[in-house]
Design a protein around this ligand. Structure first.
Ligand SMILES: [Fe+2]
Length: 370
């Protein structure tokens, strides 16, 4: 039950320094969904709110993009009409609208929030270069008066969020163009067609089996398709050479990992996932490349991708040999455990393949080229 008490004047919990920190997190978000989730989290924290939601405009509706501390009674309303809602009005008028007490301000979202025991609300429109992107709502359990300074800070946060959302869209387009580039590169070689896609699939399965965090698995999923993107810079005569490579050619092909990093560097938000591109050819014993890292100094996501990469390489046809059956590949892994591969990852992966978990047997059998 919500107790009746006079409206509280919100403490100035949000300051410029924490706003700067919030902006950094917003721009570090990987995609639009991430920006909205980060916005809900940072806004809630900055303003000491009890619940938060972010909605994006979709035609005449506002679509729920992220929420915090709001139950299914609220989140089941994925779409609400912009016209009748307070947030819709804030977007139209391009200014934050504070509702001191929800009892005095009806609206589709305000009514649901009130039914949840929330009493005060702040609706702030996002303000990027593109007008009318959407906005965020903050809710408090008790009636609340916000200061002009706080309304200003909400507006400043909304500007950063709007720009971060637009930047995420641009990054997504850029990332998609790299995915197309990687697919085109593979399509030109019958032997590697579908390689990156399978490596990504295996790495994600292994990552989940290792109980990596959602973020780590997301990195495997994002960077897997790009792990060999640097091969666009390797001459085709070397890349597609039938037969074994000589020492010089090996050196050239080894450059694909550092080239990959150089190609992707402009997308700064990918920095944390770049270890996958750079380190998927390191060996556990330090004899790999490009940095000759050994043991656990090799970033974990690089080690995971190395297992996935090696498994697909072994179980696919190559110009100089036929694909190995999964059973043989598994024995190879056991032989090279602690030499090429992390001895903690090998038993997890071999168990997955031996037990046919996640349909791995089927995947590798159908993926193999005729
Ligand atoms: Fe590679």
């Amino acid at each position: 039950m919500v107790q009746s008490r006079p409206p509280a004047v919100a403490e100035p919990s949000a300051d410029v320094e924490s706003l700067g920190e919030a902006a950094r997190s917003l721009f570090a978000a990987l995609d639009g969904g991430d920006v909205c989730a980060t916005l809900a989290e940072t806004a809630l924290k900055l303003f000491g709110a009890d619940a938060a939601s972010v909605r994006l405009l979709e035609g005449d509706n506002l679509r729920l993009a992220a929420s915090l501390n709001l139950g299914p009674e609220y989140t089941s309303h994925v779409l609400v009409g912009a016209r009748d809602s307070n947030l819709g009005r804030a977007i139209e008028e391009r200014r934050p609208i504070a509702v001191v007490d929800l009892l005095s301000k009806p609206g589709p979202l305000a009514d649901i929030a009130r039914a949840l025991g929330l009493r005060a609300m702040l609706c702030t429109p996002l303000a990027g270069r593109i007008p009318a992107l959407g906005g965020f709502n903050l809710y408090w359990l008790h009636p609340r008066v916000l200061t002009t300074r706080q309304l200003g800070l909400a507006g400043a946060l909304a500007s950063q969020a709007g720009l971060a959302l637009e930047a995420a869209g641009t990054r997504r387009d850029l990332l998609n163009s790299f995915y197309v580039m990687a697919r085109t590169l593979e399509a030109s070689d019958a032997y590697t067609a579908g390689h990156s896609e399978r490596v990504t699939q295996y790495a994600v399965i292994l990552g989940r089996a290792l109980k990596l965090t959602g973020k780590q698995v997301q990195w495997l999923e994002t960077m897997g398709p790009l792990h060999d993107i640097g091969k666009v810079a390797v001459p085709k005569s070397v890349l597609h050479k039938p037969g074994r490579l000589d020492a010089m050619e090996r050196k050239i092909i080894e450059k694909h990992v550092t080239m990959g990093v150089e190609i992707l560097e402009p997308i700064r938000s990918l920095a944390a996932g770049m270890t996958i591109v750079r380190h998927h050819h390191e060996w556990w014993n330090g004899k790999g490349y490009p940095d000759g890292l050994a043991g656990e100094t090799i970033p974990l996501l690089g080690r995971v991708t190395a297992v996935a990469d090696a498994f697909d390489a072994m179980t696919s046809d190559r110009p100089y040999r036929k694909a190995l059956p999964a059973e043989v590949a598994v024995r190879e892994f056991e032989k090279w455990s602690g030499i090429q591969h992390d001895p903690a990852l090998v038993p997890v992966w071999t168990r997955i393949v031996r037990n046919g978990e996640f349909g791995i047997r089927m995947v590798q059998a159908t993926a193999r080229k005729a």
